[in-house]
Design a binder for this molecule. Structure first.
Ligand code: G6P
Length: 575
């Protein structure tokens, strides 16, 4: 969602901020803007749509050394120039990520006539109002927190004051540390071209950033922050020679799965045997990770494992014993509903374990225990490598072997799956012109169908649905027409015959069937058969890689904007 970048230093600020915003494009947005100081006057440029629209309008050579920029993902008010950030009211210019829940109340109290429809513009007016009274912006940022409700990461410049001010609550914000230059940003990739060193702001932290100094405060007192160094290879945040980040990230799975496998010795992982129940919580693909491992966890631990959508869980009545574990899954570690679910689990007094990619993210810091996957920076909005790494880490948790012997062939098998790219590319040609696609499977196979179907619709905009194969007769089968693609996953030996029967039913009604299986299924059920000769606990990882490649090439054939699908955001920091 919204991306914030700020720069203050001795280099020209505009190209640095625009480059930072470019590197945050993966977060998703629908307008962009920048504010900079020239001869002590603030100039603002904003454009609707892609960042390139803004880039065309701004002169990068302007003599300006302080700038704040923003990519906006619309929440309050449509995408438009007036609603785009930065917002300027009186002496205050501000960029905001988050939602101010009581903005209407504040607007009435101020009697302020807004130009646009955003809560952020009202916030700018409010800060300006407080600043007129207080005259000290740091005091204002302290006081403000008592009066506004919601989530906010803020970058602020004040007329006649050459500094960038910032404040953070429940929306991510970091401060980048440079040499005679400093930064603020929503996420590390925005600053990696300039520095690997940064501070993470905690909720309630606010600060003043100048060219030479970073001062952070909390509750009116200066605080010392721990300096962090970005540990991944910077190249992992670049596209290299791939046409899209999604394809690059699909190929990186070999390496990042290996890194994840090597990252934790079995003896250092938490023991799940002490719990009498587990709830796995996530959003989107992270939720499907839970679905994919549920069966393996239940079989292995012999306890009930529930998988919950975070936005549902947070408002649900739950009955946990004290020996219950809640596992939160999140690539970004910032997803608002997953974070809220974590806070709820904490108030219930149960143990919490987060499986996260982004080091130091909110979920990672709030949870009792955290395990990091080693996926590196994931930029394509549709997750691929983080998904399979999360799956692997959960399977490692229930491994019975200290050396993870059951994963000895994982990397070879991943390589084998990736080597089938050309075959799947051909298959994609038979799918891409259809308006509807269905995925069929049972139990664990159904879970893989859910992720395969989500991936396909996210990037190709084809209407796609995953069905528990047995549900077919209860309505869905009416949707099958001559040539409708149906992708069946059959890897569960015990119920393979049942799914085979369901595939026969759709084939008899004209469906074009693609069957992905490791079983000896009758050849005539499949128009195209993908046979994976593998029996392994990590089979879902391999099947999902095939489905990722299929989704990718279907989207390529349809000419879609693969890395940044319309309306989607990578990091969903609002409810
Ligand atoms: C968004 C992304 C999905 C992701 C989900 C959860 O919807 O587009 O790919 O699975 O958020 O994100 P998280 O960062 O919590 O894994």
């Amino acid at each position: 969602m919204c991306g914030i970048v700020g720069y203050i230093g001795s280099r020209k600020a505009i190209p640095i901020v625009l480059n930072g915003l470019k590197n945050l494009e993966y977060r998703g947005y629908d307008s962009a803007g920048i504010a900079y100081r020239v001869n002590n006057k603030i100039e603002i440029k904003k454009e609707q749509g892609k960042l390139d629209n803004l880039v065309e309008k701004v002169n990068p050579d302007k003599e300006t050394f302080t700038a704040i920029g923003h990519t906006r993902w619309a929440t309050h008010g449509k995408p438009s120039v007036v609603n785009a950030h930065p917002h300027h009211v009186g002496k205050i210019t501000l960029v905001h990520n988050g939602i101010i829940e009581n903005y209407d109340e504040i607007k009435k109290m101020l009697n302020y006539a807004t130009k646009g429809e955003t809560d952020s513009e009202v916030l700018a007016a409010y800060i300006n109002y407080l600043y007129q009274e207080e005259k000290d912006i740091l005091k204002v940022l302290h006081q403000l927190q008592k009066n506004i409700k919601g989530s906010y990461a803020l970058g602020i410049i004040v007329d006649n004051d050459d500094a960038i001010y910032c404040l953070r609550k429940d929306s991510p914000l970091i401060v980048g540390i440079g040499e005679k230059e400093n930064f603020i940003a929503s996420d590390v990739p925005a600053i990696l071209d300039y520095t690997k060193n940064y501070y993470i702001l905690d909720n309630g932290d606010y600060g003043k950033i100048t060219k030479d100094e970073i001062t952070i405060y909390h509750d009116g007192k200066e605080v010392k922050k721990e300096k962090l160094v970005f540990e991944f290879d910077i190249a992992s945040a670049q596209k290299n020679n791939y046409e899209h980040f999604m394809l690059k990230e699909i190929h990186e799975q070999k390496e990042v799965l290996y890194n994840t496998l090597k990252s934790y010795e079995k003896s250092t992982l938490p023991d799940l045997n002490k719990y009498d129940g587990i709830t796995i919580i996530g959003c989107g693909s992270a939720y499907y990770v839970g679905m994919c491992v549920k069966d393996a966890l239940e079989k292995n631990l012999n306890i009930k494992v529930d998988v919950e959508i975070a936005s549902e869980f947070r408002y649900k009545r739950v009955f946990f014993s004290k020996k219950h574990l809640v596992i939160l899954i999140s690539q970004s570690g910032e997803t608002a509903d997953t974070l809220a679910s974590l806070m709820k689990a904490k108030t219930l007094g149960v143990d919490t374990l987060a499986i996260v990619n982004v080091v130091g993210s909110s979920i990672a810091r709030e949870t009792k225990d955290v395990l990091y996957i080693k996926a590196g920076v994931e930029k394509a909005v549709a997750t691929t490598k983080a998904f399979t790494c999360q799956l692997l880490l959960l399977l490692m948790l229930i491994s019975q072997d200290n050396k993870y012997k059951e994963f000895d062939n994982l990397i070879n098998d991943v390589e084998m799956a990736l080597s089938k790219e050309q075959d799947i590319k051909e298959l994609a040609k038979k799918v891409y012109e259809h308006d509807d696609v269905f995925f069929l499977g049972r139990l664990g196979d159904y879970a893989m169908c859910l992720e395969g179907s989500l991936k396909l619709k996210e990037v190709s905009y084809i209407h796609s649905e995953a069905y528990a194969a047995g549900e077919l007769k209860h309505g869905t089968i009416s949707l099958i027409e001559e040539g409708t693609p149906v992708i069946a996953i059959i890897t569960d030996k015990e119920i393979a015959d049942k799914t085979v029967s369901n595939v026969k039913e759709v084939k008899a009604r004209g469906a074009y069937t693609i069957v992905i299986t490791n079983q000896d299924v009758p050849k005539d059920i499949a128009d195209d058969l993908i046979k994976i000769d593998l029996e392994a606990v990590y089979l879902p990882i391999i099947v999902i890689i095939y489905l990722q490649i299929l989704a990718y090439y279907v989207a390529v054939n349809r000419g879609c904007e693969i890395d940044k699908p319309r309306n989607l955001a990578k990091s969903v920091t609002v409810e």
